[in-house]
Design a protein around this ligand. Structure first.
Ligand code: ADP
Ligand code: MG
Length: 507
């Protein structure tokens, strides 16, 4: 481990990192920071929570010419406003002793005029989401013709959200001589294609903590009927009595439901997901770190990029939709040489098959945990000490998949004035909503692309937020109108929202 001192940072950055409590550089920082400082293109891959923000922000700040505030010299592109805010916050802390350096954050959901005013004040670093950066580029309020370095953070996530075209446009707006740094948790072919086209001899830095982490973690699974997963969760918590535990769910709704359920059953649990205000999330994380609350119930998105302390047990209440997430999740335990434990609760055979995929990817087996389910439910009387084994369940016929909770009358359908004719794809709509609202991709339900219009399902509680966020916004450069879906009016012409120019982009 290298100290920050030996990295030859300027006095100002050295002092700032000290203020922030950083003593030694993390592995990804040690390996990428000096190369970025040399001006080389970099592809960095490491798990969440390994300090990637500082890894690119420190050299980026060092490379900025503080006497030049006319040009945006450095640009950081992040998938969500959440992450843009977080990176912006860290960057500000890092440059606080460097006079003349100033960063602006550009993301949806904040008034564009306010951002334009900010940009006019003289800025040399911009941190933003693709959609909002594009918006400023179109308005001419952001110019990237003298940008020296661009960082694509969480690049895989940005591609998943349908930002590929935007990212390419943004890259093309910057000089070819720019330095391009890319960080990604996974390296799908799309990312490789992007780096091939836009990076010059990139240095690949891959910190593969997976194997190390995994061997230090005892990995278990149990299979119970879907409707008894909650009982299984309680049983696991009782059995292991962890000091700190994280319970992962796939949806925000489940996070809310489970944290309430746990509290009702006498456990100190707090939920955290992307739909909570930042200050509440900060408080929840604080409570967890100090042990005031012992159980954190979280979605992947909320946990992504968020700092979690070492925990004794990670429980996958829902098996993650992506095998990579499994590794990210369980990596929250078994840190710093301590042993950890991860238990995945499976509710049906389809989920068991998903676990098999994870096992294949890890080249490692997950052991079966037999849990006694008799101790605390009403079924106790009739079925004492019911033991649930994978062998038993495997021969059962496939239960029909239960509908996702969002279809239980809590969804609202929203109609948009763009469809196949405008060549819109579902990921464009997901991207626009995820960027401009507090929802994340997994909160967004069914999307149907019609000829001239499309519908998208969102949680009813967020209908208003989505409608107002989309109002006057653009998807693929087209002004969009959104309205609550009404069968009687479906596919009838949209009235443009007040204040939006009528003539623009009717093509
Ligand atoms: P990533 O982007 O890899 O998910 P972050 O950049 O968000 O990780 O960093 C995770 C946490 O680690 C943050 O709270 C950050 O302040 C902290 N951190 C980063 N570098 C160091 C360091 N060298 N020493 C101690 N803490 C650090
Ligand atoms: Mg990050």
């Amino acid at each position: 481990m290298q100290s920050f001192e030996s990295l030859n940072l300027s006095y100002e950055l050295h002092r700032a990192t000290k203020d922030m409590g950083y003593e030694t550089a993390t592995e990804i920082q040690e390996k990428t920071l000096p190369i970025i400082l040399e001006g080389k293109d970099v592809i960095g891959r490491s798990q969440t929570g390994t300090g990637k923000t500082a890894a690119f922000s420190i050299p980026m700040i060092e490379l900025v010419d503080a006497s030049n505030k006319r040009d945006v010299q450095a640009l950081v592109v992040c998938p969500t406003r959440e992450l843009a805010m977080q990176s912006h916050g860290e960057i500000k802390k890092l440059y606080k002793y460097k006079s003349g350096v100033k960063a602006a954050a550009l993301y949806g959901g904040q008034h564009i005029l306010q951002q334009i005013r900010e940009l006019k004040k003289g800025i040399n670093i911009v941190v933003g989401t693709p959609g909002r950066i594009m918006d400023h580029l179109r308005r001419g309020t952001l110019k990237l013709n003298n940008t020296k370095i661009i960082v694509l953070d969480e690049a895989d996530e940005m591609l998943n959200m349908g930002f590929r075209d935007d990212i390419e446009t943004i890259l093309k707006e910057t000089p070819e001589t720019r330095q391009t740094v890319l960080f990604s948790a996974t390296m799908p072919p799309e990312i490789m294609a992007l780096t091939k086209q836009y990076q010059k001899d990139p240095v690949v830095v891959e910190i593969n903590k997976h194997e190390m982490t995994i061997t230090a973690i005892e990995q278990l699974y149990c299979e119970v009927p879907q409707q008894r997963k909650k009982d299984a969760l309680i049983e696991i918590l009782k059995q292991y009595t962890p000091h700190l535990a994280i319970v992962f769910c796939n949806t925000q709704k489940m996070v809310d439901e489970l944290s309430e359920f746990l509290n009702q059953n006498g456990f100190d649990a707090d939920g955290i997901h992307g739909n909570m205000r930042q200050h509440i999330r900060t408080k929840v994380m604080g409570n967890f770190k100090t042990g005031t609350s012992k159980i954190l119930v979280a979605t992947d998105v909320a946990a992504r990029g968020i700092d979690a302390p070492n925990v004794e047990i990670v429980i996958n209440y829902d098996i993650p939709t992506d095998p990579e997430f499994y590794i990210h999740r369980i990596g929250r335990t078994g840190r710093a040489g301590k042993s950890g434990r991860a238990v995945t609760i499976l509710g049906n055979r389809a989920q068991l098959l998903q676990l098999k995929t994870v096992e294949r990817m890890m080249k490692q087996k997950v052991a079966l945990l037999n849990i006694e389910m008799g101790g605390f439910t009403e079924r106790k009387a009739t079925q004492p000490a019911e033991r649930i084994r994978y062998e038993k369940v495997a021969v059962k016929p496939l239960r029909p998949e239960r509908k996702e909770p969002r279809s239980s009358g809590t969804v609202s359908k929203i109609e948009l004035n763009i469809g196949k004719e405008q060549r819109v794809a579902p990921n464009h709509i997901v991207g626009a909503i995820a960027e401009k609202t507090s929802l994340s991709g997994s909160d967004i339900g069914k999307i149907i692309i019609g000829r001239k219009s499309s519908t998208v399902e969102v949680p009813a509680t967020h209908q208003k937020e989505v409608l107002s966020a989309l109002k006057g916004g653009k998807i693929m450069g087209l002004f969009i109108s959104a309205r609550p879906y009404d069968e009687d009016f479906a596919d009838t012409p949209f009235a443009f929202p007040k204040g939006t120019p009528k003539k623009v982009n009717k093509k």
